[in-house]
Design a protein around this ligand. Structure first.
Ligand code: HEC
Ligand code: HEC
Ligand code: HEC
Length: 206
């Protein structure tokens, strides 16, 4: 449990969401793609807030599950729908932050002072324990243009191919890729194909 000003709010929301999402059938249906995208949140992800301002959706800052709705600042923050109008979107209608960065629409500072330098590396790791799903391409470049190596290595991932027992349920519980995906990066439940992007018949050495 996080301790802080937002705790009572988070608890209320957690309880509300628990009630909304605890029905197992909803979860089962959502995985089958029957329930509309907005309700497709895994209970674990749902507790983290509904802040993926997908295309056509307008989630006020006070209702995004991240900001404290009792803080007057929510009245003055620019609405995301306005701030992100015209931003590139992925096939699920989620803002494509990698494209936004590459195209110069956003230009975040590299660190607190602005003098820091990022060292991006450009190589992929293919995960092949994907059942009947396409393989997963983990690309270093779009991560290391704004994350340093120590954001992931060695705490989240031992930097050695195949050394991390990553599973989809662990990701959904917020581990491995799920430390960020579903929190600050596109959520694992809304666009499978952005990670599972390599056809299984591809002849690849892992
Ligand atoms: C967003 C998370 C993340 C960041 C940031 C990151 N990596 Fe990785 N790295 C991974 C993952 C995932 C793997 C694959 C692990 C596996 O196969 O289980 C990996 C694997 C590696 C490997 C092993 C490759 C092999 O063939 O065994 C090296 C080396 C590596 N990373 C170096 C780096 C360096 C250098 C940086 C910083 C410039 C960096 N990584 C940043 C996630 C990350
Ligand atoms: C953020 C990236 C990401 C997204 C998005 C994602 N997956 Fe995965 N998935 C993975 C990784 C990584 C693995 C582990 C592969 C390995 O260990 O070789 C995995 C494994 C799996 C597996 C293999 C069995 C298991 O439980 O590990 C299945 C099935 C699967 N994913 C289904 C899905 C479905 C369905 C979706 C969309 C609802 C999805 N994935 C979205 C990254 C992702
Ligand atoms: C430390 C945080 C972090 C971790 C851990 C992490 N990612 Fe990401 N990932 C990001 C961020 C930030 C972005 C860019 C924002 C976005 O696209 O939502 C991103 C983007 C991506 C993209 C889009 C790349 C593109 O060019 O559009 C893929 C694919 C991806 N991640 C796969 C993975 C997989 C697979 C794993 C686990 C093996 C993983 N990520 C682990 C933070 C992370």
């Amino acid at each position: 449990m996080k301790i802080g000003l937002q705790t009572p709010v988070l608890m209320t929301r957690a309880v509300a969401r628990f009630l909304t999402f605890s029905v197992a059938a909803v979860v089962a249906l959502s995985w089958a793609g029957v329930v509309p995208a907005e309700e497709q949140l895994h209970p674990v992800l749902a507790e983290r807030g509904v802040h993926f301002q997908t295309e056509g959706k307008e989630i006020p800052v006070a209702e995004d599950g991240i900001h404290d709705p009792n803080n007057p600042a929510v009245e003055v923050l620019q609405p995301p729908v306005e701030a992100m109008a015209g931003f590139p979107r992925d096939s699920a209608g989620i803002v494509d932050w990698v494209k936004a960065l590459d195209s110069g629409i956003i230009n975040p500072r590299m660190g607190l002072t602005g003098d820091e330098v990022m060292t991006a590396v450009d190589f992929d790791v293919i995960f092949k324990n994907t059942g009947s799903m396409p393989y997963v391409r983990y690309p270093h470049r779009p991560h290391t243009i704004w994350l340093t190596c120590s954001n992931c290595h060695p705490k989240i991932f031992i930097p050695k191919k195949g050394s991390n027992p990553v599973t989809m349920s662990a990701i959904m519980r917020g581990q491995y890729c799920g430390v960020c995906h579903g929190k600050v990066a596109f959520p694992p439940n809304l666009n499978c194909g952005r990670c599972h992007s390599v056809p299984r018949d591809t002849n690849l050495r892992r």
